[in-house]
Write a protein of this length. Structure first.
Length: 383
Protein backbone atom coordinates (compact mmCIF):
# COMPACT_ATOMS: atom_id res chain seq x y z
CA UNK A 1 0.00 0.00 0.00
CA UNK A 2 1.01 3.60 -0.59
CA UNK A 3 0.43 5.20 2.80
CA UNK A 4 0.85 8.78 4.01
CA UNK A 5 1.50 9.39 7.70
CA UNK A 6 0.80 13.00 8.73
CA UNK A 7 2.46 13.98 12.01
CA UNK A 8 2.18 17.08 14.21
CA UNK A 9 5.01 19.58 13.79
CA UNK A 10 5.45 20.39 17.48
CA UNK A 11 8.13 17.68 17.82
CA UNK A 12 10.34 15.85 15.34
CA UNK A 13 9.55 12.24 14.40
CA UNK A 14 10.83 10.61 16.53
CA UNK A 15 11.13 13.35 19.17
CA UNK A 16 14.49 14.10 20.71
CA UNK A 17 12.98 14.07 24.22
CA UNK A 18 9.32 14.20 25.27
CA UNK A 19 6.59 13.62 22.68
CA UNK A 20 4.28 10.61 22.85
CA UNK A 21 2.32 11.22 19.65
CA UNK A 22 5.37 11.76 17.45
CA UNK A 23 7.03 8.72 19.01
CA UNK A 24 4.09 6.49 18.08
CA UNK A 25 3.99 7.94 14.55
CA UNK A 26 7.66 7.03 14.21
CA UNK A 27 7.23 3.46 15.46
CA UNK A 28 4.25 2.92 13.16
CA UNK A 29 5.95 4.47 10.13
CA UNK A 30 9.12 2.40 10.48
CA UNK A 31 7.18 -0.82 11.04
CA UNK A 32 5.07 -0.21 7.93
CA UNK A 33 8.23 0.40 5.89
CA UNK A 34 9.71 -2.81 7.31
CA UNK A 35 6.57 -4.67 6.23
CA UNK A 36 7.12 -3.52 2.64
CA UNK A 37 4.63 -0.67 2.36
CA UNK A 38 5.44 2.52 0.43
CA UNK A 39 5.25 5.13 3.19
CA UNK A 40 5.54 8.92 3.03
CA UNK A 41 5.94 10.83 6.28
CA UNK A 42 4.78 14.45 6.47
CA UNK A 43 6.65 15.94 9.43
CA UNK A 44 9.24 18.53 10.44
CA UNK A 45 12.53 18.60 8.56
CA UNK A 46 14.57 17.39 11.55
CA UNK A 47 12.68 14.08 11.56
CA UNK A 48 14.54 10.82 10.89
CA UNK A 49 12.85 8.01 8.98
CA UNK A 50 13.31 5.21 6.47
CA UNK A 51 10.16 6.46 4.74
CA UNK A 52 10.10 9.30 2.22
CA UNK A 53 10.06 12.54 4.23
CA UNK A 54 8.16 15.62 3.05
CA UNK A 55 8.83 18.53 5.39
CA UNK A 56 6.74 21.69 5.59
CA UNK A 57 9.17 23.32 8.04
CA UNK A 58 12.87 22.86 8.74
CA UNK A 59 12.63 22.34 12.50
CA UNK A 60 10.07 21.07 14.97
CA UNK A 61 8.24 23.86 16.75
CA UNK A 62 8.28 23.29 20.53
CA UNK A 63 11.78 24.68 21.11
CA UNK A 64 11.87 26.87 18.02
CA UNK A 65 11.80 30.41 19.38
CA UNK A 66 11.34 31.83 15.88
CA UNK A 67 7.94 30.16 15.61
CA UNK A 68 5.27 32.52 16.94
CA UNK A 69 2.21 30.94 15.30
CA UNK A 70 2.29 27.12 15.03
CA UNK A 71 -1.06 27.03 13.22
CA UNK A 72 0.53 28.77 10.22
CA UNK A 73 2.96 25.85 9.86
CA UNK A 74 0.13 23.34 10.28
CA UNK A 75 -1.74 24.98 7.38
CA UNK A 76 1.34 24.55 5.19
CA UNK A 77 1.59 20.93 6.31
CA UNK A 78 -1.97 20.26 5.18
CA UNK A 79 -1.35 21.95 1.84
CA UNK A 80 1.69 19.72 1.26
CA UNK A 81 -0.51 16.66 1.86
CA UNK A 82 -3.12 17.91 -0.61
CA UNK A 83 -0.42 18.63 -3.21
CA UNK A 84 0.66 14.95 -3.15
CA UNK A 85 -2.75 13.38 -2.51
CA UNK A 86 -2.91 11.38 -5.76
CA UNK A 87 0.25 9.48 -4.77
CA UNK A 88 -1.46 7.57 -1.94
CA UNK A 89 -3.92 4.74 -1.39
CA UNK A 90 -4.66 6.07 2.09
CA UNK A 91 -3.79 9.06 4.29
CA UNK A 92 -3.41 8.64 8.04
CA UNK A 93 -3.63 11.86 10.07
CA UNK A 94 -2.29 12.30 13.61
CA UNK A 95 -2.92 16.05 13.70
CA UNK A 96 -6.09 16.43 15.71
CA UNK A 97 -8.98 17.91 13.71
CA UNK A 98 -7.52 20.87 11.79
CA UNK A 99 -7.62 18.84 8.57
CA UNK A 100 -11.31 17.86 8.84
CA UNK A 101 -12.69 20.51 6.44
CA UNK A 102 -10.23 19.46 3.71
CA UNK A 103 -10.98 15.77 4.28
CA UNK A 104 -14.48 16.21 2.91
CA UNK A 105 -12.96 16.65 -0.54
CA UNK A 106 -10.05 14.19 -0.46
CA UNK A 107 -10.30 11.71 -3.34
CA UNK A 108 -8.60 8.92 -1.34
CA UNK A 109 -9.54 7.09 1.89
CA UNK A 110 -8.26 8.63 5.09
CA UNK A 111 -8.52 8.27 8.85
CA UNK A 112 -7.47 10.12 11.97
CA UNK A 113 -5.97 8.75 15.16
CA UNK A 114 -6.88 11.00 18.06
CA UNK A 115 -4.06 11.11 20.60
CA UNK A 116 -5.42 13.60 23.13
CA UNK A 117 -8.22 14.05 25.63
CA UNK A 118 -11.75 14.46 24.26
CA UNK A 119 -13.68 15.58 27.35
CA UNK A 120 -13.62 19.22 26.24
CA UNK A 121 -16.98 20.90 25.46
CA UNK A 122 -15.51 22.89 22.55
CA UNK A 123 -14.87 19.63 20.68
CA UNK A 124 -18.52 18.55 20.59
CA UNK A 125 -19.69 20.87 17.76
CA UNK A 126 -16.55 20.07 15.72
CA UNK A 127 -17.03 16.32 15.83
CA UNK A 128 -20.78 16.71 15.42
CA UNK A 129 -20.29 18.66 12.19
CA UNK A 130 -17.75 16.13 10.88
CA UNK A 131 -19.57 12.98 12.01
CA UNK A 132 -18.47 10.99 8.97
CA UNK A 133 -14.73 11.34 9.58
CA UNK A 134 -13.25 7.88 10.28
CA UNK A 135 -11.56 7.91 13.69
CA UNK A 136 -9.24 5.69 15.72
CA UNK A 137 -9.19 5.86 19.51
CA UNK A 138 -6.15 4.78 21.52
CA UNK A 139 -8.31 3.46 24.36
CA UNK A 140 -12.00 2.79 24.85
CA UNK A 141 -12.03 5.24 27.73
CA UNK A 142 -10.78 8.03 25.45
CA UNK A 143 -13.82 7.86 23.18
CA UNK A 144 -16.49 7.97 25.91
CA UNK A 145 -17.13 11.77 25.74
CA UNK A 146 -17.77 11.41 21.98
CA UNK A 147 -19.15 7.88 21.92
CA UNK A 148 -21.40 8.73 18.97
CA UNK A 149 -18.51 9.72 16.65
CA UNK A 150 -17.44 7.58 13.69
CA UNK A 151 -15.08 5.21 15.49
CA UNK A 152 -13.46 2.60 13.25
CA UNK A 153 -11.48 0.87 16.01
CA UNK A 154 -9.54 1.22 19.23
CA UNK A 155 -5.86 0.49 18.62
CA UNK A 156 -3.54 0.42 21.61
CA UNK A 157 -0.04 1.78 21.21
CA UNK A 158 2.91 -0.52 20.61
CA UNK A 159 6.69 -0.29 20.96
CA UNK A 160 9.58 -2.05 19.19
CA UNK A 161 10.53 -5.08 21.28
CA UNK A 162 14.21 -4.16 21.28
CA UNK A 163 13.65 -0.53 22.30
CA UNK A 164 13.80 -1.15 26.05
CA UNK A 165 16.10 -3.68 27.69
CA UNK A 166 14.53 -6.08 30.19
CA UNK A 167 15.99 -5.59 33.67
CA UNK A 168 15.36 -8.64 35.86
CA UNK A 169 16.69 -7.08 39.07
CA UNK A 170 14.51 -4.88 41.23
CA UNK A 171 15.74 -1.33 41.74
CA UNK A 172 15.79 0.72 44.93
CA UNK A 173 14.00 3.93 43.89
CA UNK A 174 10.58 5.02 42.66
CA UNK A 175 10.37 6.74 39.28
CA UNK A 176 8.20 9.49 37.83
CA UNK A 177 8.53 10.11 34.09
CA UNK A 178 6.53 12.53 31.97
CA UNK A 179 5.35 16.10 32.00
CA UNK A 180 4.98 18.49 34.93
CA UNK A 181 1.36 19.67 34.86
CA UNK A 182 -1.59 19.78 37.26
CA UNK A 183 -3.17 16.66 35.77
CA UNK A 184 0.01 14.52 36.01
CA UNK A 185 0.25 15.12 39.80
CA UNK A 186 3.94 14.72 40.51
CA UNK A 187 3.09 16.15 43.95
CA UNK A 188 1.23 12.91 44.67
CA UNK A 189 4.30 10.91 43.62
CA UNK A 190 6.44 12.93 46.07
CA UNK A 191 3.98 12.26 48.90
CA UNK A 192 3.74 8.53 48.11
CA UNK A 193 7.53 8.17 48.15
CA UNK A 194 7.70 10.08 51.43
CA UNK A 195 5.17 7.78 53.09
CA UNK A 196 7.11 4.63 52.17
CA UNK A 197 10.52 6.22 52.89
CA UNK A 198 11.88 5.56 49.42
CA UNK A 199 13.84 7.86 47.09
CA UNK A 200 11.95 9.31 44.14
CA UNK A 201 13.65 10.25 40.88
CA UNK A 202 11.73 12.68 38.65
CA UNK A 203 12.52 12.81 34.92
CA UNK A 204 10.14 15.34 33.42
CA UNK A 205 9.76 18.29 31.10
CA UNK A 206 8.12 21.62 31.92
CA UNK A 207 6.22 23.27 29.07
CA UNK A 208 5.86 27.04 28.88
CA UNK A 209 2.20 26.84 29.83
CA UNK A 210 3.07 24.94 33.03
CA UNK A 211 6.08 26.99 34.20
CA UNK A 212 4.06 29.07 36.65
CA UNK A 213 2.50 25.94 38.14
CA UNK A 214 5.95 24.36 38.41
CA UNK A 215 7.49 27.39 40.15
CA UNK A 216 4.58 27.87 42.53
CA UNK A 217 3.49 24.33 43.43
CA UNK A 218 6.21 21.84 42.53
CA UNK A 219 9.63 23.45 42.79
CA UNK A 220 9.31 24.01 46.56
CA UNK A 221 8.71 20.26 46.99
CA UNK A 222 11.93 19.30 45.22
CA UNK A 223 14.13 20.34 48.15
CA UNK A 224 12.99 17.33 50.20
CA UNK A 225 15.79 14.85 50.87
CA UNK A 226 14.06 11.88 49.22
CA UNK A 227 13.47 13.72 45.89
CA UNK A 228 15.94 13.88 43.00
CA UNK A 229 15.10 16.14 40.06
CA UNK A 230 16.63 14.88 36.80
CA UNK A 231 14.69 16.90 34.22
CA UNK A 232 13.88 15.91 30.65
CA UNK A 233 15.62 12.78 29.38
CA UNK A 234 16.13 11.22 25.95
CA UNK A 235 14.86 7.89 24.63
CA UNK A 236 18.30 6.39 25.15
CA UNK A 237 18.25 7.36 28.84
CA UNK A 238 14.73 6.03 29.45
CA UNK A 239 15.66 2.36 29.40
CA UNK A 240 18.16 2.74 32.24
CA UNK A 241 15.96 5.16 34.20
CA UNK A 242 12.88 2.92 34.07
CA UNK A 243 14.68 -0.42 34.15
CA UNK A 244 16.61 0.37 37.33
CA UNK A 245 13.51 1.58 39.20
CA UNK A 246 11.65 -0.38 41.87
CA UNK A 247 8.35 0.85 40.38
CA UNK A 248 6.93 3.64 38.23
CA UNK A 249 4.45 6.00 39.88
CA UNK A 250 1.62 7.16 37.61
CA UNK A 251 -0.65 9.18 39.96
CA UNK A 252 -2.70 10.99 37.30
CA UNK A 253 -5.69 13.22 37.93
CA UNK A 254 -7.25 13.32 34.46
CA UNK A 255 -8.86 10.97 31.91
CA UNK A 256 -5.56 9.69 30.46
CA UNK A 257 -6.11 8.71 26.78
CA UNK A 258 -3.41 6.00 26.91
CA UNK A 259 -0.30 6.60 29.04
CA UNK A 260 2.66 5.49 26.95
CA UNK A 261 5.03 5.52 29.92
CA UNK A 262 3.14 2.60 31.48
CA UNK A 263 4.06 0.23 28.66
CA UNK A 264 7.58 1.67 28.49
CA UNK A 265 8.01 0.69 32.15
CA UNK A 266 6.66 -2.85 31.83
CA UNK A 267 8.82 -3.33 28.71
CA UNK A 268 11.76 -2.96 31.14
CA UNK A 269 10.06 -5.31 33.60
CA UNK A 270 9.27 -2.49 36.01
CA UNK A 271 5.80 -2.61 37.63
CA UNK A 272 3.52 0.44 37.62
CA UNK A 273 1.42 1.93 40.41
CA UNK A 274 -1.30 3.92 38.65
CA UNK A 275 -4.40 5.83 39.68
CA UNK A 276 -7.71 4.49 38.37
CA UNK A 277 -8.39 7.12 35.71
CA UNK A 278 -8.96 7.04 31.96
CA UNK A 279 -7.22 4.22 30.12
CA UNK A 280 -5.43 2.78 33.16
CA UNK A 281 -7.75 -0.25 33.67
CA UNK A 282 -7.36 -1.13 29.98
CA UNK A 283 -3.57 -0.87 29.86
CA UNK A 284 -2.76 -2.27 33.31
CA UNK A 285 -3.29 -5.81 34.56
CA UNK A 286 -3.91 -5.27 38.25
CA UNK A 287 -1.75 -7.55 40.37
CA UNK A 288 0.36 -8.58 37.36
CA UNK A 289 1.95 -5.49 35.78
CA UNK A 290 1.48 -3.43 38.93
CA UNK A 291 -1.43 -2.09 40.92
CA UNK A 292 -4.39 0.19 40.19
CA UNK A 293 -5.00 2.48 43.17
CA UNK A 294 -7.47 5.15 44.28
CA UNK A 295 -5.51 7.46 46.60
CA UNK A 296 -2.14 8.14 48.24
CA UNK A 297 -2.71 5.67 51.08
CA UNK A 298 -3.74 2.95 48.63
CA UNK A 299 -0.64 3.71 46.53
CA UNK A 300 1.66 3.51 49.56
CA UNK A 301 0.29 0.07 50.41
CA UNK A 302 0.79 -1.00 46.79
CA UNK A 303 4.46 0.01 46.90
CA UNK A 304 5.01 -2.54 49.67
CA UNK A 305 3.38 -5.27 47.53
CA UNK A 306 5.47 -4.62 44.40
CA UNK A 307 8.27 -6.90 45.64
CA UNK A 308 5.91 -9.86 45.15
CA UNK A 309 5.40 -9.18 41.45
CA UNK A 310 7.32 -10.92 38.66
CA UNK A 311 9.31 -8.56 36.46
CA UNK A 312 9.49 -11.25 33.76
CA UNK A 313 5.68 -11.42 33.70
CA UNK A 314 5.57 -7.64 33.23
CA UNK A 315 7.85 -8.01 30.21
CA UNK A 316 5.71 -10.90 28.92
CA UNK A 317 2.55 -8.80 29.02
CA UNK A 318 4.35 -6.07 27.07
CA UNK A 319 5.48 -8.50 24.37
CA UNK A 320 2.04 -10.11 24.05
CA UNK A 321 -0.08 -6.95 24.06
CA UNK A 322 2.01 -3.90 23.24
CA UNK A 323 4.53 -4.80 20.53
CA UNK A 324 4.74 -2.44 17.54
CA UNK A 325 4.10 -5.32 15.12
CA UNK A 326 0.66 -5.87 16.68
CA UNK A 327 -0.11 -2.14 16.46
CA UNK A 328 0.92 -1.94 12.81
CA UNK A 329 -1.10 -5.04 11.90
CA UNK A 330 -4.17 -3.56 13.58
CA UNK A 331 -3.77 -0.37 11.55
CA UNK A 332 -3.24 -2.26 8.28
CA UNK A 333 -6.50 -4.14 8.89
CA UNK A 334 -8.33 -0.80 9.19
CA UNK A 335 -6.52 0.60 6.14
CA UNK A 336 -7.65 -2.36 4.02
CA UNK A 337 -11.23 -2.04 5.27
CA UNK A 338 -11.38 1.66 4.38
CA UNK A 339 -9.83 1.11 0.95
CA UNK A 340 -12.24 -1.75 0.18
CA UNK A 341 -15.18 0.39 1.32
CA UNK A 342 -14.00 3.28 -0.86
CA UNK A 343 -13.81 1.06 -3.94
CA UNK A 344 -17.48 0.17 -3.50
CA UNK A 345 -18.67 3.77 -3.13
CA UNK A 346 -19.34 6.22 -5.97
CA UNK A 347 -16.80 9.00 -5.62
CA UNK A 348 -17.23 11.05 -8.78
CA UNK A 349 -18.72 14.05 -6.99
CA UNK A 350 -16.06 14.13 -4.29
CA UNK A 351 -13.21 13.65 -6.78
CA UNK A 352 -14.54 16.33 -9.11
CA UNK A 353 -14.98 18.76 -6.24
CA UNK A 354 -11.43 18.15 -5.10
CA UNK A 355 -10.05 18.50 -8.65
CA UNK A 356 -11.87 21.78 -9.18
CA UNK A 357 -10.70 23.13 -5.83
CA UNK A 358 -7.09 22.05 -6.43
CA UNK A 359 -7.12 23.46 -9.98
CA UNK A 360 -8.36 26.81 -8.66
CA UNK A 361 -5.63 26.80 -6.01
CA UNK A 362 -2.95 25.94 -8.57
CA UNK A 363 -4.14 28.67 -10.93
CA UNK A 364 -4.21 31.15 -8.05
CA UNK A 365 -0.62 30.29 -7.13
CA UNK A 366 0.47 30.57 -10.76
CA UNK A 367 -1.22 33.96 -11.15
CA UNK A 368 0.36 35.16 -7.90
CA UNK A 369 3.80 34.23 -9.23
CA UNK A 370 3.07 36.07 -12.50
CA UNK A 371 1.95 39.17 -10.60
CA UNK A 372 5.04 38.97 -8.40
CA UNK A 373 7.31 38.69 -11.46
CA UNK A 374 5.59 41.63 -13.16
CA UNK A 375 5.89 43.68 -9.98
CA UNK A 376 9.64 43.04 -9.76
CA UNK A 377 10.12 43.92 -13.46
CA UNK A 378 8.09 47.11 -12.98
CA UNK A 379 10.12 48.06 -9.91
CA UNK A 380 13.36 47.71 -11.88
CA UNK A 381 12.09 50.02 -14.65
CA UNK A 382 10.90 52.60 -12.12
CA UNK A 383 14.09 52.60 -10.08
Amino acid sequence: MRIAQVAPLIESVPPKHYGGTERIVSYLTEELVLAGHDVTLFASGDSVTEARLIASCERSLRKNERCKDPVAREVLLLDHVIEHVDEFDLIHFHTGYLHFPACRYLPVPHLTTLHGRLDIPDLVPVFDRFRNEPLISISNAQRKPLSWANWEATIYHGLPKDLFAFQPNQGDYLAFLGRISPEKRVDRAIEIAKRVSMPLKIAAKVDRVDRRYFKRDIEPLLSQSHVEWIGEISDQQKSEFLGNAYALLFPIDWPEPFGLVMIEAIACGTPVIAYDRGSVPEVMEDGVTGFIVKDVEDAAQAVNKVRNLSRSRCRGVFENRFAVSRMANDYVDVYKRLIDRDLKEPKTTRTDAFSRSFDRSARSQKNAKIRDTRSRVSDRFLS
